[in-house]
Design a protein around this ligand. Sequence first.
Ligand code: NAP
Length: 309
Amino acid sequence: MALLIKAGRDPAENWIKAIAADLPELDMRVWPDAGDRAEVEFIIANQMPPGEFASFPNLKFVASTSAGVDRLLNDPDFPAHVPIIRSINTQRTATMCAWVCYQVIGHHRRFAAYRQNQPNKIWEFMRYAPPDEVAIGVMGLGTLGGTAARTLKGLMYDVAGWSRSPKTMDGIKCFAGADQLAAFLARSDIIVAMLPGTAETTNLLNRETLALLPAGAYIVNCGRGNLIDEDALIEAMDRGHIAGAALDVYKTEPLPEDHPFWSHPLVAMTPHYSSNGGARHGVGVVVENIRRVRAGQPLADVVDKLAGY
Ligand code: NAP
């Protein structure tokens, strides 16, 4: 019984240290030194070269190192019978939530305008709406979106959320499914998108849906870049319907040098940087599932491959 680690941003030694604290006897190997592939029962990774996963005949699960599992699901050779375990990482949730709040508050309170005023020594109180008059629409009410929605509510914003299945959340207006998307968009001054990259979410924000937002709406996207028809967003900003966008994810990453977002005055960009989750804060779900395999119990926090997240 061995675990193979193909580390992401956090080096493999951090995963080994974090796992050894709970499972000191576990045989841990670091990619690409997999050893005898028949002995590998668990893999930690968010992607591998095409066809690689299929070369481990006794895999019990693959634990994703990233919250998005699109890279794993896009591997046509990923073995159909092998479950994928979701990444659950408290550090990622907290850092993502902080990035979202920074973008929402920065737009609402006009921090960029203050940065412009500063060199001109302008002392000016710019009026801003009370937060409970700013309608925020959170797309995706999962681990990340749910946390951001509750945190923004705690900052007194008027928060609504949209998800695939209906939800009830204290003080948050919950919309669900394609039927309620138009009503949800129509009441959102600021969209905060934390949706997975799936077939259903691709180009969900397009010419037609962007037009449903109130004039002057602002877009924050830190889920996946597939969500936005980027040409439609640029067009909507250029004609003044959308006030701007804070983006962390893009259709093509890294963003090509000739992409118009780089120099667009209404776009604030970070390079897929909004959150980070190290091994120490994400190890729990991996250890728990190894224990479950050993005890012959069903796995926990398994990705729904059909839904794509
Ligand atoms: P999650 O817990 O799986 O939540 C996903 C949410 O999206 C759920 O509320 C789900 O609805 C909703 N959803 C999925 N498909 C939908 C659809 N077609 N229509 C409406 N709602 C839909 O995921 P998470 O951990 O919050 O992460 C969300 C995504 O953020 C990840 O998949 C990843 O792509 C992205 N992400 C990006 C970064 C970054 O660095 N930029 C970091 C981490 C994650 P239900 O609740 O009804 O299932």
